[in-house]
Structures are given as C-alpha cells and as structure tokens.
Design a protein around this ligand. Structure first.
Ligand code: FAD
Length: 404
C-alpha cells in the first residue's frame, strides 16, 4: 500500500498457450498448481501447462476454512494425510513463500462415553501413524477453552482430542505460492482458459479443446474439484462424485479470543480465528446436489445454532460474510488419485470437505503418478476402482463435517 502498488512484479508469467505439452493439468486450484510444482521440482518435467477457466485461487482453494490436520483414522487416508502434513511443515521454505501455516492445535470435542472411546481409537491410530494426539479431560479443555459453555445440559463437554500439529494456513497464499514456484520452474500457467472438450483417439487421450484453442497433450489430468463430474463427462466418463455446496462464514475482526481450531462433536460446527481477527467457521453441506457457488438459509441457521450452543459469546460478534464452494463428494468420503480407463487420462478428485489440507500431498502424489505411472506410496489406497469392485472402500465419515 505505501508504494502505491507501483513497481510490483507479477507473481507468475502469463504465457500464451502452446500448441502441445507433455502434460496438461485441467484446473488451477490448490491441487492442480501443486501438481505442476512437484512435476517440475521432483521429476524435472517442465513442458507442462495448468489450464484454469477462471483465475488461480477462485475455486475452493480460496474458499475454505483453512484447517490443516492429519487425524484420519483409516489406513489409506491415514498415511496420505500424514505425508501431506509433513510436506506442509516444510512448505514455506520449499516455496520461499509465507503461507502463514500456523500449527496452533486442533481440539475435537467429545460429549459422551461412546465418543470418547471413538476418539481414543482415533488418537491411537494417529500415534501409530507417527502423528500426534493427546486426550484431554473436561478440566483440561476448560483451561484451554474457557469461553465454551460447560454448563449446558443437552450436550455436556466430556473432553477433547488435541492434535497439536493441526492448525490453519492462509488459503489463497497457498495457491499463489505454488503458482509462483511452478512458474519459476518453467510450467505454463494459463488463466481464463476453459477446457470444453477432451480428445480421445483409440482409447487414449490426445489433447484438449479450450476456449483459447486446441492443445495437444500426451497426458491430461482432471483436477477440477467440484466440477470433476462435468469435466470427466467431456471424455465420456461417469465418476462416483456428487457435487454439493459447503458454506463458510466470517465475523468482523476481533481481538484474539480463539487460540486453536475447535470442533463441536454434537453438531456441525468448527471454528478458528484468522490472523486478521475474524472468526472463521463452518458446518455441513447444504445436502442436495448443486453447482451454485452460494449457500442457502437453512444451513446458515443450523450453523449459527450450533455455534450459539457451544460458545454463546459468539452471539456478540457480527457476521461479515458468508460464501459457498462446490464440493466433490465421493460415496465413502475419501478421495481418488488414479488413472482412468482412458490411456493418458488421470483423475484427482473426491476431496469432499477436506481437500485443502491435502494440497501438498495430492500434488506430490499426482505428480508421481503422472511421471512414473505408479501410485506414490502415500496414495496407493486412493484408487478409483474401489467404487467398482467394492474392495478398499474407506468410509471416513467421522472426519468430515465436524472437523473439516
Ligand atoms: P479448486 O480451487 O476448486 O480448483 C479447481 C479449479 O478447476 C477451479 O479453479 C475451477 O475454476 C477449475 N475448473 C473447473 N472446470 C474447469 C474447466 N472446464 N477448465 C478449466 N478449469 C476448470 N479443506 C480442508 O482441508 N480444510 C478446511 O477447513 C476446508 N474447509 C472448506 C470450507 C469450504 C466452505 C469449502 C468450499 C471447502 C473446504 N475445504 C476444506 C475443501 C477444500 O477447499 C477443497 O477440497 C480443495 O480446495 C479442492 O481442491 P482445489 O483447491 O484444487 O479446488
């Protein structure tokens, strides 16, 4: 601001699309940009383009509630998110970019003996995976989160599962950081370029049609989050994905009041405080398929009620904004990083509520798959075929809405 915005250099190059690339990535969200970066950095592949129909950061990567954690329970997800969190921990040095990754601790509250048992199991699984978990009793939670309502009779707080390495990051800085680092390594980042067709000949992909002309490619990856079903249909594929809206909310800026990320165990509500002071919170899906990037009132009401039940003090804050993003939901709540049945066509989708924390892990694993045609060891469970043969389904419902 003090420089009057003069002399600022663009963060990344703005090349015209070439006629052909080795690899075309459709979708310039967190996952597409991270894939491009790791292709260049880990595999030396630079003849790569990311095609984005809008602008980088305009999709879910810039719309989420920014929670980063590795507290998944099931094998398949557990090692993947664990690897992703380790990448997060070195990301700012790796990208030379301040993504404001803040490991402020995540506390998942529990409200019954049954929930305590489930969290003990989850905590043990996290520790076995090499991540951290601590069980807090009611008094320990009260010391850390004194603003919660401990006297309410309906859903008394019995304790919480603390994941100290969980936290938040500045969402669009993650997109910008990966974009700058990928561009510096020679990847072409192309905005305002919508893919309108996928060319397939003799069972293999040969390129894409775009709003900026045809582009040939040996390999094409569909990394379009909530639009995955529509984009895959361009190649004649039908994915096990439903697109739903997830809303988020932010209050006016307040002095520091919420130190950690906190999630309610008996309603759909999770919250943290941004570095600007806004309380950032969310709940569950709007629960009907939609491509509208805006939410509806019943869900807003539900989220506000859950917030008031858990922390009545929030009623004094004024909500500044709310918005929605299109979530790519799979039947088992777990993602897909895999080849498709079409030669040279790859899929990275099904991120449900939780794909922000997955950005580095997904980019790393998809880049590995694209470069070597073998799944990365952290992502062997994220197969598309599990929905066809029923083997290896990972029903991770419990790590969805309440935790994000
Ligand atoms: P996007 O940023 O949506 O990228 C996909 C891109 O593809 C878009 O930019 C889109 O324009 C582009 N595209 C689509 N069609 C085409 C086409 N035909 N041609 C070219 N480009 C195309 N995750 C967490 O881990 N923690 C959270 O706290 C969390 N909270 C969330 C809260 C909300 C309200 C929402 C909406 C999501 C939340 N998520 C969270 C989920 C997370 O944001 C997403 O799973 C993740 O961002 C999806 O991957 P992406 O970043 O690549 O998606």
């Amino acid at each position: 601001g003090l420089t009057g915005n003069r002399g600022w250099k663009p963060h990344w190059r703005d090349p015209a699309p070439k006629q052909a690339y080795d690899i075309v990535i459709i979708g310039g969200g967190g996952h597409g940009l991270a894939t491009a970066f790791y292709l260049a950095k880990e595999h030396g592949l630079r003849n790569v383009a990311v095609l984005e129909k809008g602008y980088f950061g305009g999709g879910n990567v810039g719309r989420n509630t920014t929670i980063v954690r590795a507290n998944y329970f099931l094998p398949g997800n557990s090692e993947f998110y664990s690897h992703s969190l380790r990448l997060w921990e070195g990301l700012e040095q790796e990208l030379n970019y301040n993504v404001m990754h803040s490991q402020r601790g995540l506390i998942n509250l529990f409200h019954s003996d049954g929930q305590r048992d489930a969290f003990v199991r989850r905590g043990n699984a996290m520790i076995n995976q090499g991540d951290d978990a601590e069980l807090l009793d009611r008094d320990a939670v009260r010391r850390q989160l004194p603003y919660l309502d401990f006297d309410q009779a309906r859903f008394p707080i019995h304790g919480g599962l603390l994941h100290r390495r969980g936290g938040t990051a500045r969402h669009d800085a993650v997109a910008w950081g990966f974009a700058r680092a990928a561009s510096e390594r020679g990847v072409d980042l192309i905005q305002n370029c919508e893919v309108t067709g996928i060319d397939v000949e003799n069972g293999s992909v040969t390129g894409v049609q775009t709003s900026r002309g045809a582009i040939r490619a040996r390999k094409v990856a569909i990394v379009t989050a909530g639009r995955s079903g529509q984009v895959a249909a361009l190649a004649g594929l039908r994915l096990p994905i439903e697109s739903h809206i997830l809303q988020a909310f932010v209050t006016e800026g307040l002095k520091p009041v919420i130190d950690n990320v906190v999630s309610f165990g008996m309603g759909h509500f999770y919250i943290s405080q941004s570095d600007k002071g806004g309380l950032v919170f969310g709940g569950d899906l709007d629960f009907y398929p939609s491509y509208a990037q805006r939410g509806n009132l019943p869900t807003k009401e539900h989220v506000m009620e859950a917030a008031m039940t858990l922390m009545p003090m929030i009623g004094k804050a004024r909500v500044l904004r709310s918005w929605g993003g299109i979530m790519d939901m799979t039947p088992d709540g777990s993602p897909i990083i895999d080849r498709s049945d079409i030669g040279g066509l790859y899929l990275d989708c099904g991120w449900c509520y939780g794909g922000f924390k997955a950005v580095p892990g997904s980019g790393f694993a998809l880049a590995h798959l694209l470069a070597t045609d073998r799944p990365h060891e952290s992502a062997v469970g994220l197969r598309l075929n599990r929905f066809r043969d029923g083997i290896g389904l990972m029903d991770e419902e419990g790590t969805g809405a309440q935790h994000n």
